[in-house]
Write a protein that binds this ligand. Structure first.
Ligand code: PMP
Ligand code: GLU
Length: 397
């Protein structure tokens, strides 16, 4: 008999984290791996942010804080959201947690009753469906195709709404495709959400990472009715290269934020006091280091997309944001290597890891068979080396 709960048996390990750990272990054992696995900026956290953390330690800011973060942090979050999203929030509409992942987890725990449905456009970030399952809900997946820019179409959303639908998830710019919704796209979805009284979980964690002057719009900025229904999720991990500091946040309805506080008070308590101090500096201190990172990402994006499209049989969507390339490699399915047929994206990932020593994440994990995900949050040198290996490995099939 297993002691493990049925709830946990339904979910699977995070593929993004599992592949990243595997690549790291292979590297540590002396294998020359190029990793396109982790969605984690390769830059160091800017010095002014580290200094704020040192100051927090030196001044003894090392104790429990308010469960949902200090007022100073919430004020910094409100100021950043006013500037970036053009929406004003009071402090009781805001809660800070231990990373955007924790913020999302708390949202689902706070809003889902058994059997409630949450509409999730695919390709989706690996954790959404499992978080919904852990909360006792039912993920309802909408296939969004490359021909429509990997974006959920209003008629698709309308056709899936039932009395059980509680919320929809929008992630723009998206992990894994890099696709982003325009203001008009969002308005059409917002209208449906308002008419059906659905919550919108708007994961805007890549809102500052966009290309070719693409204007990233916050769902919450599209009017009072949709603002009330929207829970904006963001954090400092991606924008400020602070993945290890674990600060994420949510802004939205006061009652839901209160419920999330209650969950947090019975689980983690406050996010780390030192990281909170660092996050304040990140959010309201100089923004030039963050902008500098985006200009590097853009150069890498241009290169990686061009080179992937130049590989025979591969096509790659040109992303509007985030730091992922999501090429279609399905024309190689059915080919064999050493007697083993490559049938799907998981087989392709295994082949690339074992034969080319390149780590990527299979599209199947994001609900999109036929694709693989490459994170270009790695140096140009690694990108060049990794792409050369992929090209050679595919040519030899
Ligand atoms: N949302 C998306 C779409 C992500 O890619 C990530 C990256 N892990 C997160 C949320 C959460 O990031 P973190 O927990 O580091 O804030
Ligand atoms: N979000 C990043 C990724 O997709 C980090 C890993 C994770 O938290 O899933 O690779």
């Amino acid at each position: 008999m297993s002691f493990i709960s049925e709830r946990v048996k339904q979910i699977k390990p995070s593929a993004t984290l599992a592949i990243t750990a595997k690549a790291k272990a292979m590297k540590a054992s002396g294998i020359d791996i190029v990793s396109f696995g982790a969605g984690e900026p390769d830059f160091d956290t800017p010095d002014n942010i580290k200094e704020a953390a040192h100051n927090a330690i030196r001044s003894g800011f090392t104790k429990y804080t308010a469960v949902g973060g200090t007022d100073e942090l919430k004020e910094a979050i409100a100021a950043r959201m006013k500037e970036d999203c053009h929406v004003e929030y009071a402090l009781n509409n805001i809660i800070a947690s231990c990373g955007g992942k924790h913020s999302l987890y708390n949202i689902f725990q706070a809003i889902i009753n058994p059997g409630d449905e949450v509409i999730i456009p695919s390709p989706y970030w690996v954790s959404y469906p499992d978080m919904v399952l852990l909360a006792g809900g039912k993920p309802v997946i909408v296939d969004c195709h490359e021909e429509t820019g990997f974006k959920m179409q209003p008629h698709q959303l309308s056709s899936l709404i039932t009395e059980k639908t509680k919320a929809i998830v929008i992630n723009s710019p998206s992990n894994p495709t890099g696709a982003a919704y325009t203001e008009d796209d969002l308005k059409a979805l917002a209208e449906i959400a308002v008419n059906n009284n659905l919550l919108v979980i708007s994961d805007e964690i890549y809102n500052r990472i966009s290309y070719n002057n693409f204007k990233v719009v916050s769902m919450a900025s599209l009017g009072e009715e949709i603002r009330k229904l929207t829970l904006v999720v963001n954090g400092v991990s991606k924008t400020y290269s602070m993945t290890g500091w674990r600060i994420g946040y949510v802004a939205g309805d006061e009652e839901i934020v209160k419920a999330m506080n209650k969950i947090q008070a019975q689980s983690t308590s406050n996010p780390t006091s030192i990281s909170q101090a660092a996050a304040i500096e990140a959010l309201i201190g100089p923004q030039a280091p963050a902008e500098e990172m985006v200009s590097h990402f853009e150069k890498r994006k241009d290169y990686i997309v061009q080179e992937l499209n130049a590989i025979n049989g591969v096509t790659c969507f040109d992303p509007q944001g985030a730091f992922y390339a999501f090429p279609n490699v399905s024309s190689y399915f059915g080919k064999s290597h050493g007697g083993d047929e490559i049938k799907n994206s998981a087989d392709m990932t295994r082949y690339l890891l074992e034969e080319a020593k390149v780590a990527v994440v299979p599209g199947g994990e994001f609900g999109a068979e036929g694709y693989i995900r490459l994170s270009y949050a790695t140096s140009m040198e690694n990108i060049e080396k990794g792409l050369k290996r992929i090209k050679e490995a595919l040519a030899s099939l």
